[in-house]
Design a protein around this ligand. Structure first.
Ligand code: ZN
Length: 212
């Protein structure tokens, strides 16, 4: 399966197809999203439209389980669940070894593919709903430890976790909304050179609106 997840790719697709409706992309493409690549050219798109962007979760109960995740990434993920996701209507829950989950987290070495981390909706997942409420139950969140220098500090790790978990509930990047207030203060900023590790009130508003 190819992994199309570069932030620029997502933005380009969204810009090209602003009216894109509930299309179930071919699996290879449906899995895009994420990426913590330094994106130098902000694109315009519809924040919160979710067309061509992240899938949302099927409901507010967000069960997260770990595959082969090392302690540093595990701790950061749990921190982001307990401190950030939980400050929205989403109810994150660590689900140890469970077969059914909203998100399974992996440490992996995906090589120099341009993505420091990514979220996918794999073929094993269950999907439903229609745009803009298209959901994916059984998402995969992968930390690409090829870029070890991007996981060196606590702030980097929790920023990464906040960002990717944000994608699992449907948040896109701050640079796809032209009037985003102070985009660099959100963990959804698609940059790896700064480490904001919180959702802004703006981000939370999108999440809360989506699941209310
Ligand atoms: Zn991203």
């Amino acid at each position: 399966m190819s992994h199309l997840m570069d932030a620029r790719e997502v933005s380009t697709r969204s810009s090209r197809h602003p009216q894109l409706k509930a299309i179930r992309f071919s699996l290879a493409v449906a899995t895009l999203v994420a990426a913590f690549v330094s994106v130098s050219s902000p694109a315009q798109a519809n924040w919160g439209s979710f067309s061509g962007g992240p899938w949302i979760a099927n409901n507010i109960f967000h069960d997260v389980t770990f595959s082969n995740v090392e302690e540093p990434q595990k701790t950061a993920t749990l921190w982001a669940m307990d401190n950030e996701l939980s400050s929205t209507v989403i109810k994150p829950n660590f689900c140890s070894g469970c077969a059914n989950f909203d998100v399974k987290v992996f440490d992996s070495n995906l090589g120099d593919n341009g993505a420091v981390a990514m979220v996918q909706c794999p073929s094993s997942a269950t999907t439903g709903g229609s745009h803009p409420q298209q959901w994916c139950y059984g998402q995969h969140l992968t930390y690409n430890l090829f870029y070890g220098s991007k996981y060196a500090t606590w702030d980097q790790r929790r920023s990464r976790a906040c960002h990717e978990l944000g994608h699992t509930v449907g948040l896109r990047h701050t640079d796809v909304e032209s009037n985003y207030p102070d985009p660099n203060s959100s963990c959804m900023v698609p940059r790896s050179d700064i480490q904001p590790f919180t959702y802004t009130p703006h981000d939370k508003g999108h999440i809360n609106d989506k699941y209310s």
